[in-house]
Design a protein around this ligand. Structure first.
Ligand SMILES: C[S@@+](CC[C@H](N)C(=O)[O-])C[C@H]1O[C@@H](n2cnc3c(N)ncnc32)[C@H](O)[C@@H]1O
Length: 253
């Protein structure tokens, strides 16, 4: 499942640092968690152990508990600071998702995860591992940004000959390599747009939620200015547009 390396440590440290500001800036994550939970509600998901993997401050766990009032959801995350943002009454577990899942006393009947899988190495293998940990008939509900995100950023970078410092998102097909078609209950893709007058403002939510880690060196200010100049996509008011591509998956074991 890939070595536990420096990159993943940096990612976790960054989320740790931003835990207190996370909720104020994570409007997209909040909305996507609600949509994924809505999809879960359209199916009969057996009760038992439900876990939100990479729960952060608990958006998805809360959305699920609101729609399934008799069900508690365990919040699992590698960041202690993120877990501390949860109410004291919430069940939490600190765990590094770069390795195998914990051996709980019962096999989970729902493993849910939103905006986390793309931070883990070998996301297709991780998804396969999660699926195999479910009890038979259990559900995996996952939302994540995928390949195709931020086309405007990539085009501006290419036009200027400046590296695009956004992370590489998982490919939709590669994610599902080990899943058979009849297990997939939902596979949908949403395009969500963010707008702002300047590039720093457009990327501010990424910084505030701690999702601004980049494997490459950071860019000097003049490069960011050049990227803003070359930005290829604006709305009617002249604001820069940034497009997220979000995949929603429901898979039954
Ligand atoms: C963008 S946040 C998403 C939080 C929440 N699921 C939401 O939708 O608001 C990503 C979360 O993944 C967690 N995470 C990243 N790498 C992790 C790892 N290796 N092990 C466990 N959690 C990890 C971070 O600590 C962070 O809380």
């Amino acid at each position: 499942m890939g070595a536990i390396g420096n990159w993943g440590d940096r990612v976790l440290r960054r989320f740790d640092q931003s835990a207190q500001n996370y909720n104020a800036a994570a409007t997209l994550q909040h909305a996507v968690a609600g949509q994924l939970a809505d999809h879960c509600r359209q199916h009969i998901v057996p009760g038992g152990l439900w876990v939100d993997l990479g729960s952060g401050t608990g958006h998805l766990a809360e959305a699920l508990e609101a729609r399934f009032p008799d069900q508690r959801v365990l919040r699992l995350d590698g960041s202690e600071a993120m877990l501390r943002q949860q109410p004291i009454s919430a069940d939490t577990q600190r765990w590094d998702l770069r390795g195998p899942l914990p051996q709980w006393q019962e096999a989970p009947s729902l493993l849910a995860s939103s905006f986390c899988l793309h931070w883990l190495p070998e996301s297709g293998q991780v998804l396969e591992h999660w699926l195999n940990q479910l009890r038979p008939g259990g559900w995996l509900a996952v939302a994540l940004p995928v390949d195709g995100c931020f086309p405007q950023w990539h085009r501006a970078a290419e036009a200027c000959g400046i590296p695009c410092t956004a992370i590489a998102f998982p490919e939709q097909k590669a994610l599902l390599n080990s899943v058979t078609g009849d297990q997939i209950r939902l596979n949908s893709v949403m395009h969500c747009h963010a707008f702002a007058e300047t590039l720093p403002k457009l990327l501010k939510p990424l910084r505030r939620v701690g999702a601004d880690c980049s494997p490459g060196p950071s860019l000097p200010i003049r490069d960011w200015r050049a990227l803003q100049q070359a930005w290829p996509d604006h709305d009617g008011e002249g604001r820069l547009r940034l497009t997220w591509v979000i995949q929603l998956l429901l898979i039954q074991r």
